[in-house]
Design a protein around this ligand. Structure first.
Ligand code: TTP
Ligand code: MG
Length: 357
């Protein structure tokens, strides 16, 4: 192995939402199932199982069209909480193998297995074991790919779907990319694909032959990227996303406020604002179902002296913030120029540990 060569795995659950529903409802076994709005309503499918795909159904297809193509289709309403819970279980399994994980979606993650001791450092065997464990413990099938970089690992996991595995070794990269259609390149959507087609560029080999500078001339930075990817080159690391350490809000008063009574309406207002931010944040998705939250209140006095009090609480309630405020302020009431409050967030993978380990 080239010493610089990495071993990246990409794992992607098969027809994720649909698979969860079919697993949990024996009546759905063997049926064509889609997740989406009800018959006759406007809307599109979130996904559908492989039985339904035989009829040409796919994600984002209008429900009405799907029902026309496959009249026996069973439509199930989405249950996002359930899929999120399932996702945490799956990611907790991945964590047993490495902490170098980049989650991409609820059902998808990259793993850097370059330095992994299991199976004599075989990323193939480790990844296949992960697939088996997911199947055994969660009764769900995943597809997986292993390659020297993220781009090719993702292509590989898609190569033998469903329940498939495909590995691209460093020595196979050059041969593999030649025939790879440009539509497999991340960032090549409909519009770019059409432009490439007009230039008679269909495969990565075509992009290679077209040349770097002509590509840059046509597509700017994207041209450079296309050129690199067409050669199977992608240096992007597997990044554990750092999520915000906290979500907080604060208010600096035009005139100092003094005493608990004056502060209460401000705390209420801040709380409303905080909850708005919290619900919109992606952290909300991850932290949902988490047993406790560390909440904090910040007080800045008119003399600019500042203090913060924080505590782990169950739930995120206004009274918790009021309690914290009174605990800190009650003994020492002074004029206040700023009040703030927030939620401290553990890192994403700590959430998983809190829940499962
Ligand atoms: P995908 O991994 O793209 O699709 P999938 O898991 O359903 O099927 P595949 O076997 O091809 O991987 O997306 C994961 C989930 O995200 C999917 O189950 C439902 C949801 N989703 C949508 O809600 N809308 C969409 O357009 C897509 C593509 C996915
Ligand atoms: Mg999937």
């Amino acid at each position: 192995m080239d010493s610089k060569s990495r071993k990246i795995a990409h794992i992607d659950m098969d027809c994720f939402y649909a698979a969860v529903e079919v697993r949990d409802n024996p009546l759905l076994h063997g049926q064509a199932v889609a997740i989406g709005g009800h018959r006759g309503h406007r809307g599109v499918l979130s996904t559908c199982n492989y039985e339904a795909r035989k009829f040409g159904l796919h994600s984002a297809m209008p429900t009405a069209q799907a029902v026309q193509l496959c009249p026996q289709l069973v439509l199930v309403s989405p249950n996002m909480d359930k899929y999120r819970r399932e996702s945490k279980h799956i990611f907790a399994i991945l964590q047993r193998y490495t902490d170098k994980i980049q989650t991409i979606a609820l059902d998808e993650a990259f793993l850097d297995l370059t330095h992994n001791d299991l199976h004599q450092n075989s990323a193939t065997l480790t990844t296949q074991e992960i697939q088996q464990v997911i199947l055994r413990e969660r009764k769900l099938s995943a597809s997986a790919g292993v390659a020297p970089n993220k781009f090719l690992a993702k292509v590989a996991s898609d190569w033998r779907k469903p329940a498939g595995f495909f590995a691209i070794n460093p020595s196979q990269v050059q041969e593999f990319v030649k025939a790879l259609p440009v539509t497999k390149i991340p960032g090549v959507g409909k519009v770019l694909a059409q432009k490439l087609q007009r230039l008679n560029l269909h495969t990565c080999q075509d992009l290679q032959n077209f040349g770097r500078f002509p590509l840059i001339k046509e597509f700017g930075n994207m041209g450079q990227k296309l050129y690199d990817l067409a050669h199977g080159r992608d240096d992007s690391p597997v990044e554990n996303e750092r999520i915000a350490k906290s979500i907080s809000v604060e208010e600096t008063f035009e005139h100092d406020v003094w005493g608990t009574e004056q502060c209460l309406p401000h705390l209420e207002k801040l709380y409303e604002k905080l909850m708005g931010r919290w619900r919109q944040s992606s952290e909300y998705v991850w932290a949902k179902g988490l047993g406790g939250y560390t909440l904090f209140v910040k007080i800045k006095y008119s003399n600019f002296q500042q203090t913060t009090i924080e505590k782990k609480m169950h739930g995120i309630k206004l009274e918790h913030f009021v309690e914290l405020f009174i605990e800190r302020y009650g003994a020492n009431p002074k004029a206040i120029r700023l009040l703030g409050m927030g939620i401290r967030l553990p890192e994403k993978h700590e959430h998983l540990q809190l829940n499962f380990l």
